[in-house]
Design a protein around this ligand. Structure first.
Ligand code: PLP
Length: 464
């Protein structure tokens, strides 16, 4: 399998290199050169199989023979053994033709575990094979950091440095990172905000001399392996509600669009998906683009669904690449214009997107209202991110006869503040995490200075 850049000026890569690379050298994102196809019979034959077996079948074509089958199966088995639910990602019925796909049974209680637990193991596998060490650096405002740390804590050939803004993540989120005491895990609290932390990570990727030729790897949501791992649950959940004999629709609480792009891939591979509903919070660039063709940046707003607080939706570029019939020149022009000034999509690609995608934006007040309403109607306590999805599914679905699957992206205990604001008691953490608030923590506080952080990383790597 070969992967090409959405901006057309970077070399094509194989799977191994695309996993180790992240962003393409031309600033684009890697996508598969051709999309693997599954026939209706092949999809039907997956019904009733365990999650790990469906994961193997769905992901195998993307790996393109670069990992032998037995090893790849083992990586998948190890990854999903860390999930607390026997079904890995169970589907619950909420109402007639409305289902909830629970993606939060992994070690850090958010959907990012599905992909990051696998990515850590894939990186370790490839690095061992090459007899190479690598350093991961990432900035987090919450969920990504803890999931990445969990995914890498057992990786001998990797050191992971996660920067979070000092005193600006929730206590549960911080503790999920800082109580992992493995000697290849390094938490840095930056005296600044998330943008400062992000700028230091970007600065480090731009100037890697401080690492003396050790590879620096990104685990942010542009990494192709994360998209690949997320495709799987679109298949398993669709099968659970009657696909491929009937069409299904999905609603996805969205920010960087990695989750929803995985669903789009599932459809391109043959899964019969009628409609995708994009749910956003007040940071609504995706909603404005689909509904008003307003593809422009707005100031960041801090919301009750903080893991969806974004200005730019990086993975949307992958969808634009297809909407523009893979015309990388047009995509590059559009994205360069977008960086400078408000932009708009051309008529034809916009029309194409609107045939398949609808969108809805949910403000904070409505999030609280939805948490109460969903509980009254279904008995389910939704986290604030999932609440945006619940409302968007009801408001933006094209018909009531196609089963709608709303993705539950986090466990309510992870965002207990919002649940309490909605009028409920504090949500208790699941048993596996009940002692989180008393576990020993380890992190270093550093000033928001590139040189200081680089010096810290260079001197604290253990896998060198
Ligand atoms: C990351 C995250 C999202 C947004 O997912 P994208 O793939 O960036 O669109 C939604 N909900 C939760 C809980 C998250 O952690």
């Amino acid at each position: 399998m070969r992967y090409i850049s959405t901006r057309g000026q970077a070399p094509a890569l194989n799977f191994e290199d695309v996993v180790l690379t992240g962003l393409a050298s031309d600033g684009g994102l890697y996508v598969p050169e051709t999309v693997p196809q599954f026939s209706k019979d092949e999809i039907a034959a997956m019904a009733g199989l365990p999650y790990t077996e469906i994961a193997f079948r769905v992901m195998k074509p993307f790996v393109g023979g670069e990992i032998d089958d037995a090893t790849f199966r083992q990586l998948i088995d190890d990854t999903y053994a860390t999930f607390k639910h026997d079904a890995v990602v169970p589907v619950k019925q909420l109402a007639h033709n409305h289902y909830l796909l629970e993606l939060f049974h992994g070690p850090t209680l958010a959907f990012k575990d599905v992909a990051l637990q696998l990515l850590g193991r894939l990186l370790d596998h490839f690095l061992k094979k090459r007899d190479e060490k690598a350093v991961i650096m990432g900035a987090t405002s919450g969920d990504t950091g803890s999931a990445a740390i969990e995914g890498c804590r057992h990786c001998d050939n990797l050191d992971i440095f996660i920067l979070h803004p000092y005193n600006r993540v929730s206590e549960v989120q911080r503790r999920q990172m800082t109580t992992v005491l493995a000697n290849n895990v390094h938490n840095i609290a930056i005296e600044g905000n998330f943008d400062d932390a992000q700028a230091i990570v970007k600065g480090s990727f731009a100037d890697q001399a401080f690492l003396n030729d050790t590879r620096l790897v990104a685990v942010n949501s542009i990494n192709w392996a994360r998209i690949m791992a997320q495709i799987v649950y679109y298949f398993t959940s669709a099968l659970a509600v009657g696909a491929p004999q009937r069409e299904v629709s999905f609603t996805v609480p969205s920010a960087n669009f990695g989750n929803l792009f995985a669903g789009y891939m599932a459809r391109q591979m043959g899964l019969p998906v009628k409609q995708f509903v994009i749910a956003t919070n007040a940071n609504d660039i995706l909603h404005r683009t689909i509904s008003d063709n307003d593809f422009s940046k707005r100031d960041l707003e801090a919301t009750l669904a903080p893991s969806m607080d974004i200005v730019v939706s990086s993975n949307f570029e992958r969808l634009l690449f297809d909407a523009y019939d893979r015309d990388s020149d047009a995509v590059r022009e559009l994205l360069e214009r977008f960086q400078q000034e408000p932009a708009a999509l051309a008529e034809a690609p916009l029309t194409k997107l609107r045939e398949r995608f609808a969108s809805h934006s949910v403000d904070d007040e409505t999030i609280l209202e939805v948490i109460r309403e969903a509980f009254e109607r279904t008995g389910e306590l939704l986290d604030p991110h999932t609440a945006t999805g619940y409302r968007a599914a009801e408001r933006a679905r094209s018909d009531a006869t196609t089963p709608m699957i709303t993705l539950a992206t986090a466990h309510p205990a992870k965002f207990s503040d919002a649940v309490v604001k909605a009028g409920f008691d504090e949500v208790t953490l699941p048993p596996s995490m009940s002692d989180l608030m008393t576990r020993e923590e380890r992190y270093d506080v550093l000033p928001a200075k590139l040189r200081d952080v680089q010096a810290f990383v260079a001197s604290h790597r253990h896998a060198s």
